[in-house]
Structure formats: structure tokens, C-alpha cells
Design a binder for this molecule. Structure first.
Ligand code: GDG
Length: 727
């Protein structure tokens, strides 16, 4: 049975008046639903302030023994700075696009960092005690720094992160003063989950905009690991609703409502009292609806607003505004027989909630922004009697899945008022037609489905398993290289092959690991190492002259034997006469695509677009390629679309031709060549029994072997060199 360490700001229990009460909610239900299939431990804050050390100890023991929970105790300043401050007054509004509500204090961030460290210590302790290799699943915006903190301590730990809120677009997220560290914190995870594709895409654009990191739709590669990105819309605990609706208590409430609201239509709203839920705008829409509807209106609007975050100023003013607005509307539109809005600033029991969901003719769910919104799904699940109608904000994540609802823009109060009228007048057949597919979906893709799909993806050790398979084949290549008699030539590309790809080419200078590897290769007298790159000769000379390497720059146009002082040139400048016309095509693209640049090399011209908006950059690259193909067809050039570059280079020069030249001039018994991109394919095509070729990374290739990453290839070279030295 696998151990899951689930980490969230709050534990699923609250400690109050000397006892624990179990809370409810999507996440709790989802984890409960996994049942005995996993060994679940949960780390989080039990709520409240428990300051005495002995009290903390006894509570921790009780929580551990009864529930397998590990409490994180917060003191008064941590609650003020980490929770009320950074989490709820800085991040929460920003993640919901409400920038004017987002405030920042440096002490808030300091506390956020310290509390994330506190969580990290407890997770590490739990891992140490764990009998197996646990998966760690971290939830939500309170703990964005935690993934990187854990990764630093245990590099091969499997870490998942799920964001329950929206992820806003780049223009919003960029406004946060700690944007960079927050993103770097998240990238410590192996997998990050979002409710919708839109949030995922915003995250990718933000990574590019803030960290300059390009990503794939489903993945971003970091130095030490890759982070999978995925869409996992959370569901509800369907079984708990089904069970509750079988109880006597549920039936009693339902009966009471049927008697009390006979002849009336009920429109229901349920939420935490939060400014993101759009309560004030909704009240404006209801006022408009009441104004435009003649008597008798026969409609009651029920608001269940659960008190929330009462120590935060914005929430204190919100309750005041809501109360004033409701009392104005009720004052104006009540009759002796009718009060239009019933407002409860308290929670109701689960039985009452289910009975209300089941009884209401319409659910009015109009958040200004909402990660998912479980209330919408819960309402549909309980609609077994009436075929009720869901009015749903297009800015709730749930709208992506529940397209048969009446979808509204919550800011458009006229539109919302119209949709209330439409919902109340829909015929039964139409209501049934709308409800059925949504109910099917909510029942099928429930909370357990959500947790299982996130965790099973996280548990799949795809990368490392694939690597293991490759390693078995590669170890036999290593044996052959080690045991081969006589001289060997190794042609090694540098960027993306030996060194990881960096944001800026100048960041790729050999670090300590590469320097040690290069010294050990230099010491092997029977090896001739050719570093073969698209880089300029100046770069190569600066970085690689301390080693006993031959240098081949600009794909073979310049070469420098290690015992020669000068570079030799393999062609004439005259052969490169096409460059100016290519520059003339490239330059307008550099001008009109912010963040892109043109680089002129001796044998090629390159347009770099790694720093551009990824969508716009890719679109412009395709435009440029079309133009190049149609105008350069008669020139001796090759056009290449590489990783965030478009390159036009001379056909008279390539790495394969350069390699062949050296093979013809020397007697080598065994040859190795390695590279990561299209320019290296020319080497891989030079086939012979004694040539072992390696492609680094994914993709189609003519190479005989493929290896996952520069890191894995460095490991291969280091091990091979070690064995050769021992021989
Ligand atoms: C966050 C994200 C995302 C409410 N009133 C009562 C009551 N509730 C329960 C509901 C529902 C839950 O509270 C509210 O969940 P939501 O999803 O609507 O909203 P948030 O609390 O803001 O949750 C949100 C969610 O995380 C999950 O990822 O969907 O977007 O903001 O389950 O039933 N329960 C009872 N009485 C009440 O009066 N018993």
C-alpha cells in the first residue's frame, strides 16, 4: 500500500472548545474516497492558536493516533502574516484578478517563507519515518514555496502540487512583488495540476514572461527534473450526497421546505462570504429582476453565506455592504406576504444543504472568478426531483465542463437578470434536456476520480523507467567502447549534449562537473576528442582551450587542432555571399517581434525567438519559414527550424562533412558521435560498424542510440572514462 503525504494549509479537522470536528469539502471527500487503498497521512494546520507546548504535544498525539494527521501549529504572528496577510490578502485576490484588493507587506512574505519551511520540516520527518517511498501531494496557494524546498532536500522525491484557485494571466501575475520566487517554488514539483486548460496556459505564459522559461503544453524541463503540467478538474464526493439523500433528516427538511415555500419558486445561492463570489453584483442583478417583474413575483432568493476570513479587513467591509444591500432590496420589494431575499450569514447542516439543493428550482452561481466552484456541481448531483436549472458564471472553472448550464457574465447585471427570468420560465422538457448530461458528468468525474487520476500520473515514473530501459542497452555500448583496442575519435556537440540548454548561450560555460569530466577525458591518451559545435570560434577557444580537445566551430567552418595556435578555415568568404539577402529577410522579423534577435555567424544567420511571447513567436517563425522557403530555393543553403530558432546555413558546411574529413585523415578503430539537434543528424548519417552515435533527448533521429538528457549523457561519459582509466 502506497503512502501519500497530503499537505494543505488546513487539516480536515478543526480544534475548537477542546474537541475536534471533522470539516467537509471537495479535497477531504476526495482523499476519504481513496479509502484503504492508500496509506494516507495529512499535514496541515488544525486552526486556532494552541500555544502551550504540552497542549500541542497531546493534540499531536491524538491526531496521529486517531486520524494519521500531523498538525502544523501556527502562532499569533504567523496567522496574522502568513495566513491573513500573504495568503489571503496578497495572493488570494491576485489569483482571482482582483488586483486592487491585493496588498503586500515584506513581513508577510518573510512569514510565508518561514511557515513553508515549517511545513517542509514536518514533511521531511514524515518521509523519514515512512516505510516506503511516499508521494507528496501539496495543495494550494498557501504552500507555493514548499515544492522547491522539498526538492532541494530530497532530489528524487515525487512531489505533486495542485492549485485550487485560478492561475491568472501574465499581466496580472507579473504585478506580484515575489512573482519569481513563487514560480521557482512551484517548479520544484514533478507535477502541477490546474482545474482548467486556461489556467495551465496562463501559467506557461507566465513562466516564459517572468523566468524566460519556454515549456511544452504538458511539461517544462528544469535543470534537475521535468515538471509535468496537467488539467484535473476537481469533482464532488458523490457518495456522500447519495447517502445523505437516503436519510430521514434529509427527508424531514425537504418536507418542511415543501410546506413553507408552497407555490413559490426558490433561487438558491450558497458560498463562503467572499468578494470573489460576486455577491454584490448578483444582488444588483436581483434588484433589477425584481424591478422588472410584476407582482405577484412568487420567487424567493435564498442566500447561504458562510462566514469566512473574518479577521481580514475586506471581508469585514463586505459583510456590511451585503447586509445593507439586502436590507435595501427587502425594504423596497417586500410585501406583507413575501420577502424577496432570505439571507443567512451562517452555515447549514449537510442534511439541510442537500435538501436545499434538491428543492431549489434554480441555483444562481455567479462568482467573479472561481477556480472550480463545487456548489454548482453539488446542486446538479442533488437535482433528482425537479430538473432544476443552473445559472453559472463563465468565470468559474466549472463553466468549462458544464456547458449545458445558462452561462452568464457575472459583471453583466442586465444579462444575469435576464437569465433569472429565462431560468424560471423554462419548460420541464427543456430543463431535463439541460440537466441530464451535466448530472452524468458530475456523477462520473467525481472527487475520487480526480484524486486517483492526479496521483496515478504522479506515481508513474515514466522518465526514470524509460531511462532504465535505455541504460541497459547503453551499458553494452559502454562495454564495447571500453574494450575496443587502438585509437578512438569522439565527436561531441556541446549545448544540449554535454551542457543543459540554458536561457542565454553565455550561461552555458563549463561548470565544475563538466570541467572534471573534460579533464578526465583529456587524460585518456587513446582518445581524440573533437568538440563540434555551431558556436563561434571565440566562444569555444575561451571555454575549451584548457583541455586536450580539437575544436570545430560553426558546424565545421573553423577548426583548431589542440596543439595548433591558429584556427583553419574550411571554406571561403565568397561562398557565403547569400548572407546579406537572408539578413534582409530576418531583420524586419526582429523588429516586429519583441524579444527576438538576429545573430550573424560566419556560415549561417540565426533568428532567435526564445524570449518572445510563445504563441506570437511561433506564429512569426512559421511566417518567416514560408518566406524563406519561397525566396531562397536557388541558394546553396539549408533552412532549419530548431528549438526556438530559425537558421539558414551553408550546405557546403556541416558537422557530418567535418567529421568525415577527420575520419579520412586518421586511423581510428572506434568512433563515437553525439548531439541533440538537427545539425547533429549529419554526423549520425555517417554510418559504419565502428561508429556509435547518440542522440540526446526525444525526437526522430538517425542515431543508433538515444539517451534522455545531457545529465544522463554526462553520467555515461564519466562512467566510460572511469572504466577506461581502470583498464
Ligand atoms: C476553493 C476554490 C474550488 C458551503 N456552505 C455550506 C457548505 N459549503 C460547502 C459546499 C462546497 C464548499 O463548501 C465550497 O466549495 P467551492 O468550490 O464552492 O468554493 P471554495 O470554498 O472557495 O473552494 C474553488 C475549491 O477550492 C475546490 O478546489 O472549487 O474554486 O475557491 O463543498 O458544499 N457545506 C455545509 N454547509 C454550508 O452551509 N455543510
Amino acid at each position: 500500500m502506497r503512502t501519500i503525504i497530503n499537505v494543505s494549509n488546513r487539516l480536515p479537522v478543526t480544534f475548537k472548545n477542546g474537541a475536534f470536528t471533522k470539516s467537509s469539502g471537495g479535497l477531504i471527500s476526495a482523499m476519504d474516497g481513496l479509502g484503504s487503498r492508500v496509506n494516507l497521512q495529512w499535514i496541515g494546520w488544525p486552526g486556532g492558536r494552541i500555544e502551550s507546548a504540552s497542549r500541542q504535544k497531546s493534540i499531536a498525539t491524538e491526531l496521529r493516533d486517531t486520524y494519521h494527521y500531523i498538525p502544523v501549529f501556527l502562532d499569533e504572528t504567523e496567522i496574522e502574516n502568513y495566513y491573513d496577510g500573504f495568503s489571503n490578502s496578497s495572493l488570494w485576490p491576485l489569483l482571482h484578478y482582483l488586483l486592487p484588493y491585493s496588498r503586500n507587506e515584506e513581513r508577510w512574505y518573510r512569514s510565508y517563507h518561514l511557515v513553508n519551511q515549517k511545513f517542509s520540516r514536518l514533511v521531511l520527518e514524515a518521509i523519514e519515518k515512512s516505510p516506503d517511498h511516499p508521494l507528496v501531494w501539496i495543495h494550494d496557494y498557501h504552500l507555493m514555496l514548499l515544492p522547491a524546498m522539498l526538492r532541494e532536500k530530497i532530489p528524487d522525491l515525487r512531489i505533486g502540487f495542485f492549485l485550487h484557485t485560478p492561475f491568472p494571466n501574465f499581466e496580472i501575475f507579473r504585478c506580484h512583488p515575489n512573482r519569481q520566487t513563487l514560480l521557482e517554488g512551484l517548479l520544484g514539483a514533478d507535477q502541477i495540476g490546474f482545474h482548467t486548460f486556461g489556467y495551465l496556459n496562463h501559467f506557461r505564459h507566465t513562466l516564459l514572461g517572468i523566468l524566460g522559461k519556454a515549456s511544452e503544453m504538458d511539461r517544462i524541463d528544469n535543470k534537475s527534473h521535468s515538471t509535468a503540467l496537467g488539467v484535473y478538474p476537481i469533482g464532488i464526493n458523490i457518495d456522500s450526497f447519495k447517502r445523505e439523500m437516503q436519510t430521514g433528516s434529509y427527508r424531514r427538511y425537504l418536507n418542511q421546505y415543501q410546506i413553507a415555500y408552497q407555490g413559490k419558486k426558490v433561487v438558491l445561492s450558497v458560498e463562503r462570504l467572499d468578494y470573489t463570489k460576486g455577491i454584490l453584483r448578483r444582488l444588483d442583478a436581483i434588484e433589477l429582476y425584481l424591478k422588472e417583474t410584476p407582482e405577484p413575483k412568487n420567487t424567493i432568493f435564498i442566500f447561504i453565506c458562510v462566514p469566512s476570513r473574518k479577521s481580514v479587513w475586506e471581508y469585514q467591509t463586505l459583510i456590511h455592504k451585503v447586509e445593507v444591500k439586502i436590507s435595501q432590496i427587502n425594504g423596497k420589494y417586500s410585501t406583507i406576504m413575501d420577502i424577496p431575499i432570505l439571507f443567512m450569514n451562517q452555515s447549514v447542516s449537510f442534511s439541510e444543504l442537500c435538501a436545499l439543493y434538491s428543492f431549489a428550482d434554480v441555483a444562481l452561481v455567479t462568482p467573479l472568478h472561481d477556480g472550480m466552484n463545487l456548489v454548482a456541481k453539488e446542486y446538479l448531483a442533488c437535482q433528482t426531483q425537479k430538473s432544476g436549472v443552473l445559472i453559472l458564471s463563465e468565470l468559474a472553472g466549472a463553466a468549462q465542463e458544464l456547458s449545458h448550464a445558462i452561462i452568464v457574465n457575472p459583471y453583466d447585471i442586465h444579462g444575469v437578470a435576464r437569465s433569472i427570468r429565462e431560468a424560471l420560465s423554462l419548460a420541464g422538457t427543456e430543463r431535463k434536456r439541460m440537466l441530464a448530461p451535466m448530472r452524468t458528468r458530475v456523477i462520473k468525474y467525481n472527487a475520487v476520480y480526480w484524486a486517483e487520476s492526479f496521483l496515478s500520473q504522479l506515481a508513474e515514473k515514466k522518465d526514470s523507467d524509460a531511462l532504465k530501459k535505455m541504460n541497459t542497452r547503453i551499458s553494452s555500448v559502454m562495454e564495447r567502447l571500453v574494450s575496443a583496442p587502438g585509437k578512438q575519435a569522439w565527436f561531441l556537440d556541446y549545448d544540449g549534449t554535454i551542457s543543459d540548454l540554458k536561457q542565454y548561450p553565455s550561461d552555458a560555460a563549463p561548470d565544475e562537473e563538466i570541467t572534471t569530466l573534460f579533464h578526465s577525458l583529456s587524460s585518456l591518451a587513446h582518445l581524440d576528442i573533437y568538440l563540434i559545435s555551431g558556436r563561434k570560434k571565440e566562444d569555444m577557444e575561451q571555454w575549451f582551450s584548457p583541455f586536450r580537445f580539437h575544436l570545430i566551430a560553426e558546424h565545421g567552418y573553423f577548426i583548431k587542432k589542440y596543439n595548433n595556435a591558429d584556427w583553419e578555415q574550411m571554406g571561403t568568404e565568397g561562398e557565403m555571399g547569400w548572407k546579406q539577402s537572408v539578413m534582409d529577410i530576418f531583420n524586419p522579423y526582429a523588429l516586429t517581434t519583441p524579444g527576438s534577435s538576429v545573430e550573424e555567424k560566419t556560415t549561417s544567420v540565426v533568428w532567435h525567438y526564445r524570449r518572445t511571447d510563445s504563441e506570437f513567436g511561433t506564429w512569426k517563425a512559421h511566417q518567416l519559414l514560408n518566406e524563406l522557403y519561397s525566396t531562397l530555393s536557388n541558394l546553396p543553403v539549408e533552412i532549419r527550424h530548431g528549438h526556438k530558432i530559425v537558421e539558414v546555413s551553408s550546405v557546403l558546411i556541416n558537422k557530418g562533412l567535418a567529421m568525415q574529413r577527420f575520419l579520412a585523415d586518421n586511423e581510428y578503430q572506434y568512433v563515437l558521435c553525439a548531439g541533440d539537434d538537427e545539425t547533429d543528424e549529419n554526423m549520425f548519417k555517417v554510418a559504419a560498424d565502428n561508429i556509435q552515435s547518440f542522440k540526446i533527448g526525444k525526437g526522430q533521429t538517425s542515431a543508433r542510440n538515444q539517451i534522455a538528457s545531457p545529465k544522463a549523457f554526462r553520467h555515461f561519459l564519466t562512467e566510460t572514462a572511469k572504466k577506461m582509466q581502470e583498464k
